[in-house]
Design a protein around this ligand. Sequence first.
Ligand SMILES: Cc1cc2nc3c(=O)[nH]c(=O)nc-3n(C[C@H](O)[C@H](O)[C@H](O)COP(=O)(O)OP(=O)(O)OC[C@H]3O[C@@H](n4cnc5c(N)ncnc54)[C@H](O)[C@@H]3O)c2cc1C
Length: 316
Amino acid sequence: MTWLAPGELRPHEPMSRHVSWRAGGPAARCYVPKDRDDLVAFVRSRPAGERLHVVGLGSNLLVRDGGLDATVVLTHGALRGSAVADAEARRTVLEVEAGVPAPKVARMAARMGLAGAEFLAGIPGTVGGALAMNAGCYGSETWDFVVSVTTLDRSGRIRVRVPDEYEISYRHVALRRPEDGEGQGSAGTLPLEPEGEWFLSARLSFPQGSAAAALQRIRELLARRVASQPLGQPNAGSVFRNPAGDHAARLIEACGLKGEREGGAEVSRKHANFIVNLGGATARDIETLIRKIQARVLHDCGVTLATEVRIVGTTA
Ligand SMILES: Cc1cc2nc3c(=O)[nH]c(=O)nc-3n(C[C@H](O)[C@H](O)[C@H](O)COP(=O)(O)OP(=O)(O)OC[C@H]3O[C@@H](n4cnc5c(N)ncnc54)[C@H](O)[C@@H]3O)c2cc1C
């Protein structure tokens, strides 16, 4: 990743530098806060009509080639604090800021002898992205462990919220209801609207386990990923959500789409639910391939595949 200096507001920043697909258009403006207080002050200082878009490690994001008419705020490297918030004999609550990489939480928890965070080791995003996506794998999801979150809204208001205030399901998190007419409706996903609310930090509770067992499980889960995912090529993880009772990868493979290409984008030969950038792929190449896959799977299998990756911005 190419970093901006903390506190620098850079115009016309290529988002290909900040997303794992290494493709896509620019953000109108890009900002890396110095820390949480600086982020809050920055959000309060921006003109009311300006759209803000919070991005973590960009591992689930496609920005169309025409770019994003918004100020992108990058949390990675900025909101990076972590601490023990509460410790009892049987469980420990960690307070982790939104810009902390998920794998770091997995390792930290494991070294402390806590159980349950191992699944985060292979998710190459931030805690904020994991909260927004309810990221998960191997039978665990991020919100299984959330005690509370601290959020910031577009007006600069900070709140502490509990899981009951959210609608949480497979790769889906949304506030249950608008609060006094502000905020967004139940259909609104939190981060994408100017009126949205962003995660500053989370309190995550893990039961006591064994450090050796957790570190061993991390090694096993990472080995499974190396064996099954095209980690050497730029990608954004699973492109499509798994439909109920089935796997998107199975359907895509059954349609003979492994290796299908569009410009510099290819349906991975290693994992059919991944699209890799072979070098020089545009966001248009990737999105065209996504639409092609959806059309073929609908035609051949009668299943509508919904994207898991978030697609934002305008076409060139
Ligand atoms: C190789 C690979 C493997 C992957 N494996 C998995 C997996 O096993 N399971 C899984 O669930 N995902 C997986 N992913 C997808 C991705 O890593 C996760 O969705 C991750 O949680 C995204 O985090 P991020 O910081 O990169 O988010 P980004 O891509 O930066 O953002 C994703 C969305 O979250 C929003 N967002 C980011 N930060 C915040 C915040 N602080 N507050 C509010 N909204 C925010 C953004 O606006 C955007 O809409 C994988 C990706 C790759 C590349």
